[in-house]
Design a protein around this ligand. Structure first.
Ligand SMILES: [Zn+2]
Ligand SMILES: [Zn+2]
Length: 323
């Protein structure tokens, strides 16, 4: 990651990275605040969730929508492509909040990690970021997903998949998507809006394979949002021991203590960060057990001790990267 005042050997001032990662969401499936903490408050009330009644979401790092990342990819010139990873239940709210702040005019392609509710239930709302046409006469947005996700989505959103009208059926405006299946195989890279992306299969519960993604030719970024176990083949692609040190690891962490059958919790997350040894790590997927300020203080000490900078991400966090 270049700093804005870096100077090249030939004396030219080096351009700051024009690509960026925007964390549209950093929370668990039920999102934070946890509704129960507000409608049936405990005594004393939950500190993290109560904050949402006093602090506006854009100023509250403990307000977390479903985990989702927007890659603002600037390949050449001033042309920006916007690649969206996952479209959860809170997608529209995330668009209203962060697309407006960062002046994001469109989504150019979509990548799905898996077909759980917090990764796909916003698909109906993709039309809010598409040009308006009452007859659906627009270019469909490419969407990359596994065969398994495709099967599941065909049942949940048949009207987004089967576009042919039956005889006598009226046209209704729906999101226009161009479905493209990808493999759960690190060796089967695909290209979304000009950016090469390597699928990183991981276990999300022992009965379920979810995809993480590795991208960036200059700055190597891995995104693992839903993981309970990292497969050895995937680990080979992203660990320092295998000579593949990441510049940035974005990693799942659900609860503070113990373990969970389908997600890393804090202890497993920290173990994985130590093992993979990226240059930097940011955590996503947190429940209301995590307090942004307090836990980031703890992580500051951990980072000093272990020599790997790591922090909890927050909704709206934007990181310049040179992809
Ligand atoms: Zn709470
Ligand atoms: Zn999931």
């Amino acid at each position: 990651m270049a700093s804005s005042d870096a100077v090249r050997e030939n004396g030219d001032v080096e351009e700051p990275p024009r690509s960026a990662l925007i964390f549209l969401g950093t929370g668990c499936s039920s999102a934070v605040p946890n509704a129960l903490c507000l409608i049936r408050p405990s005594d004393p009330p939950c500190h993290v969730c109560s904050q949402s009644l006093a602090i506006p979401p854009e100023q509250n790092p403990n307000y977390r929508c479903n985990t989702s990342l927007l890659i603002d990819y600037c390949q050449a010139g001033d042309e920006h492509k916007y690649i969206l990873i996952d479209v959860g239940k809170t997608f529209r709210e995330q668009v209203l909040r962060w697309f407006t702040l960062y002046k994001i005019p469109q989504v150019d392609s979509i990548i799905l990690s898996h077909e759980h509710a917090d990764a796909i239930l916003g698909l109906d709302d993709v039309r809010v970021v598409q040009p308006f046409s009452p007859t659906n006469d627009i270019d469909p947005t490419p969407i990359y997903l596994t065969e398994h996700s495709m099967e599941s989505i065909s049942m949940k959103f048949p009207y987004l998949v089967h576009k042919k009208l039956k005889e006598g059926q009226e046209v209704r405006r729906v999101a226009q998507l161009d479905w493209k299946t990808i493999e759960t195989d690190c060796k089967k890279a695909f290209v979304a809006s000009g950016l090469e992306i390597i699928p990183l299969p991981v276990m999300h519960g022992e009965d379920y394979v979810c995809l993480g993604f590795l991208f960036g030719g200059k700055c190597r970024v891995a995104y693992l949002s839903d993981v309970s176990r990292i497969l050895p083949t995937t680990e080979q692609y992203i660990s320092k021991d295998n000579g593949q040190q990441l510049d940035l690891l974005i990693l799942d962490t659900l609860y503070k203590k113990g373990s969970h059958n389908t997600h890393f919790c804090f202890p497993q997350t920290l173990d994985a960060v130590k093992r993979l040894c990226p240059k930097r790590a940011l955590l996503v997927g947190m429940t209301h057990e995590f307090d942004h300020q307090k836990d980031n203080e703890f992580l500051k000490d951990w980072s000093k001790r272990e020599g790997i900078p790591i922090q909890l991400a927050h909704d709206g966090l934007k990181i310049p990267v040179d992809l």
